[in-house]
Design a protein around this ligand. Structure first.
Ligand code: CP
Ligand code: NVA
Length: 300
């Protein structure tokens, strides 16, 4: 039987996603109470990072340790994958020795190829197209602060990037309305938008978009791998900064999220990040709890 992978949120049903989110909050409590819970004793997670990371690496590594298991950090500088060993061969070998593989890479097709050749679950820890683990944490965070997100208005301000694509998937699974406010030329993938057109609208005026929003989310203007576009993007995204003026147009109790790392003064001002309605620190911490719930779901 082929293993269960988590390459996008759409690998879960709506009910499974809700079950993982509720479990994440339970695991958070278990962890905070100091209760020992080790369902993955002697199990091993391989973590392949072809891009930088703070949150993803620390949360997966800490999560495996807390569950009684172990995580192996693999960078392309040290593995044969980095010297051109085919993905197919690497997948067969690595998956024969561990219980799950987490991958952060560039092309989404690379993780799909790895998964096809893996005998154990493969988890997407960010590709150029999707960042589903972050959405587990974001949705857990919304639920913990405001209850169900169903029927709410979520506004994505900025680039139609990997995070934005995963928000489109979340809108479909959790039934919220997503408005993407981005500059011309930076729209999310058209076929994804067309597929979920009943849930997502793409507009080009951030001020108009955020009216009556329950949640405002943004991300860096230039993602990893787009560093050479930074200057052009700074210019193109000028009217897409989340600042106090923009936040004041949303609902009074609207939350602010950012997957981090943030560039204060670019896509978001420091006062918004540090405002009481900003839940970015909870959102970051919830990476740990949400991914533990995911690991338990995939491996137990
Ligand atoms: N949000 C997120 O994925 O952070 P890292 O790049 O630090 O892992
Ligand atoms: N869109 C960003 C997210 C970083 C966590 C990137 O891909 O670099």
């Amino acid at each position: 039987m082929s293993p269960r992978h988590f390459l996008t949120l759409m690998d879960l049903s709506s009910d499974e996603l809700k079950q993982i989110l509720n479990r994440a909050s339970e695991l958070k409590k278990i962890h905070r109470d100091g209760t020992l819970y080790q369902p993955l004793k002697n199990r091993v997670l391989a973590m392949i990072f072809e891009k930088s990371s703070t949150r993803t690496r620390v949360s997966f590594e800490a999560g495996m340790a807390q569950f009684g298991g172990h995580a192996i950090f693999l960078s392309p500088r040290d593995t044969q994958l980095g010297r051109g060993e085919p993905i197919e061969d690497s997948a067969k070998v690595i998956s024969s020795m561990v219980d799950a593989v987490m991958i952060r890479t560039f092309d989404h097709s690379s993780i799909e190829t790895f998964a096809k050749n893996s005998s154990v679950p493969v988890i997407n820890a960010l590709t150029d197209d999707f960042h589903p683990c972050q959405l587990l944490a974001d949705m857990q965070t919304y639920q913990e602060h405001r209850g169900s997100i169903e029927g709410k208005k979520v506004v994505w301000v900025g680039d139609g990037n990997n995070m934005c694509h995963s928000y489109i998937n979340a809108a479909e699974l959790l039934n919220f309305n997503l408005v993407v406010a981005c500059p011309n030329g930076y729209e999310p993938n058209k076929s994804l938008v067309d597929q979920y057109a009943h849930r997502v609208t793409v507009v080009h005026d951030a001020k108009e978009a955020v009216k009556a929003a329950d949640l405002i989310v943004t991300d860096v203007f230039a993602s990893m791998g787009q560093e050479d576009e930074q200057d052009k993007r700074l210019n193109d995204f000028q009217s897409f900064q989340v600042n106090n003026e923009l936040m004041s147009l949303a609902n009074q109790d609207a939350l602010f999220m950012h997957c981090l790392p943030a560039h204060r003064g670019e896509e978001v001002t420091a006062d918004v990040i540090d405002h009481p309605e900003s839940v970015v620190w909870d959102e970051a911490e919830n990476r740990l709890h949400a991914q533990k719930a995911l690991l338990e779901f995939l491996l137990c």
